[in-house]
Design a protein around this ligand. Structure first.
Ligand SMILES: Cc1cc2nc3c(=O)[nH]c(=O)nc-3n(C[C@H](O)[C@H](O)[C@H](O)COP(=O)(O)O)c2cc1C
Length: 402
């Protein structure tokens, strides 16, 4: 990289600050120039000496230090950076930034900079879920700040849940992505989405109301997490952001072919509403009306079950196969049955009764089922469902031994 990019890393007072040293080392390996500063609380966890040794630059810690102010003022630091990363971003630091406080070096820099700022939150799951923290995050997003993670996982405090900072290697990928630098996408995911169409004759078909919004949000979230994504889109499906391979299909058979020929992959997410049935005999000319009293009888045969075929693929089964169970009745019982019958790893059950507005709407209410878990997610936007699922997928795929 000729044009060396400058990263200012602000290290807050969280236990995950130990990861920051490895993060700096990896950024430098990728030829970024890095300066680090520690908040007062950050200094309780790692020393300015360690940060200075790894960055090769001095580490100011005090807003009112005459030496620093004469040498490289807080305003100059704010201007110097092409990108500012706050990692770990503690709940306290997020609160400060959200209210615009500038009473120490780090918060003054955040307020003074015109560079892009990304926060990598790290905290206990209860602190993360606290309404105050969530409101602060919403506010920071509304100001244009960006976020890296957090993700689900086990925590230093012994709890498990959302609030874990991303691993340094993934943080570097996120930084590179922000400069539009190529980075290696380690894992491959296939996502099917939207309805299928089963032709009756050259002009007619049967289909369903699936909009493909949920599938495209899952694909977006996986792509954001650094997955290479193949998106298999049924007709009219909402499409994900640019950068992914998109395969357009019509029928269930075409979708199955596209899915199997896209293997191998690490993850398969079957979010498409695949027609269970197709017309037994396709008519190759337009069916004509005869007389008024005469009806039309169509007979159907079953389509291949894509989720089951992929789950039971002996040679190329992805490490994680995720299906959806869209039900109008007995959601839990049917979702459990589906998990068993299809042989997939996770099922996301969702109620698509008319009053729910799930099909075609922007919200979803998920019952998450695995062989060991049974977790009801609150009603949330399809984008949030995508992000939550992508987090879990990433955690699963990235953890050793699974
Ligand atoms: C051992 C220990 C670990 C802590 N870990 C975290 C943490 O992971 N996340 C967090 O938000 N706060 C954590 N805290 C609390 C923060 O250190 C505290 O809120 C501090 O004021 C944050 O300062 P900052 O805004 O400079 O980051 C921890 C405190 C202690 C004593």
């Amino acid at each position: 990289m000729n044009d060396q990019k400058k990263i200012l890393l602000i290290i807050g007072g969280g236990i995950a600050s130990y990861k920051s040293l490895d993060f700096i080392r990896r950024l430098k390996e990728k030829n970024f120039e890095v300066r680090g500063i520690l908040t007062r609380a950050g200094e309780h966890f790692i020393t300015p000496l360690a940060v200075a040794s790894i960055t090769g630059n001095s580490v100011p810690t005090d807003l009112f230090d005459p030496e620093n102010e004469a040498h490289f003022s807080h305003i100059e630091l704010a201007r110097w950076a092409d990108l500012i990363v706050v990692a770990p971003a503690t709940a306290d630091f997020l609160a400060k930034a959200a209210t615009g406080l500038a009473n120490d070096l780090a918060s003054a820099i955040i307020l003074a900079t015109t560079s892009k700022v990304v926060f990598a939150p790290a905290m206990n799951v209860r602190m993360w879920e606290n309404r105050a923290t969530q409101i602060n995050i919403e506010r920071l997003k509304s100001y244009g700040y960006e976020f890296i993670g957090p993700t689900h996982g086990s925590m230093a405090c012994g709890e498990y849940g959302m609030g874990r900072m991303l691993e340094p290697v993934d943080m570097v990928a996120e930084v590179e992505r922000r400069f539009d630098l190529p980075f290696e996408r380690k894992y491959r995911a296939i996502v099917t989405s939207g309805p299928t169409r089963e032709a009756i004759d050259p002009v007619r078909y049967i289909s369903n109301h699936s909009s493909g919004k949920q599938g495209s949000e899952i694909a977006n979230a996986l792509y954001e997490k650094g997955f290479e994504v193949v998106f298999i889109a049924g007709p009219g499906s909402a499409l994900p952001q640019a950068g992914m391979e998109i395969i357009h299909v019509n029928s269930a058979n075409e979708m199955l072919n596209a899915a199997t020929s896209s293997l191998p992959a690490d993850v398969f997410v079957s979010a498409a509403a695949v027609s269970d049935w197709k017309i037994a005999e396709y008519t190759d000319h337009k069916l004509k009306k005869k007389n008024q009293s005469q009806g039309l009888k169509l007979s159907f045969v079953q389509n291949p079950d894509i989720l089951q075929v992929i789950s039971k693929d002996k040679k190329n089964r992805p490490r994680l196969v995720v299906g959806f169970a869209a039900e109008t009745n007995h959601l839990k019982a049917n979702a459990i049955k589906k998990l068993e019958k299809k042989g997939c790893d996770w099922i996301l059950g969702n109620d698509i009764g008319e009053e729910t507005d799930t099909m075609g709407g922007d919200f979803n209410e998920i019952l998450f089922l695995s062989r060991t878990e049974n977790d009801k997610w609150p009603r949330m936007s399809k984008k949030e469902v995508g992000a939550r699922l992508a987090d879990r997928i990433y955690q699963y795929i990235n953890s050793e031994g699974t």
